[in-house]
Write a protein that binds this ligand. Sequence first.
Ligand SMILES: [Zn+2]
Length: 72
Amino acid sequence: MAYRRRRRVYFKACVKCKLLVPLNAEVCPNCGGRDFSEDWTGMVVVFDVESSEVAKRLNITKPGRYAIKLGA
Ligand SMILES: [Zn+2]
């Protein structure tokens, strides 16, 4: 029996670029990836990639909402 942990999240994270997208999204608008994970922790919203230290650290190149970490 497949059991999926229910979490209070409204987003899933793109496995490739960590962009957070709505749960019903099929394709990542950022990188075009189709692999997503609902098991992510920490959210960072990047507005200005150039001046964001977090963006640099996470290798984020486009503004958006990102997960800091994927997996448990
Ligand atoms: Zn992506």
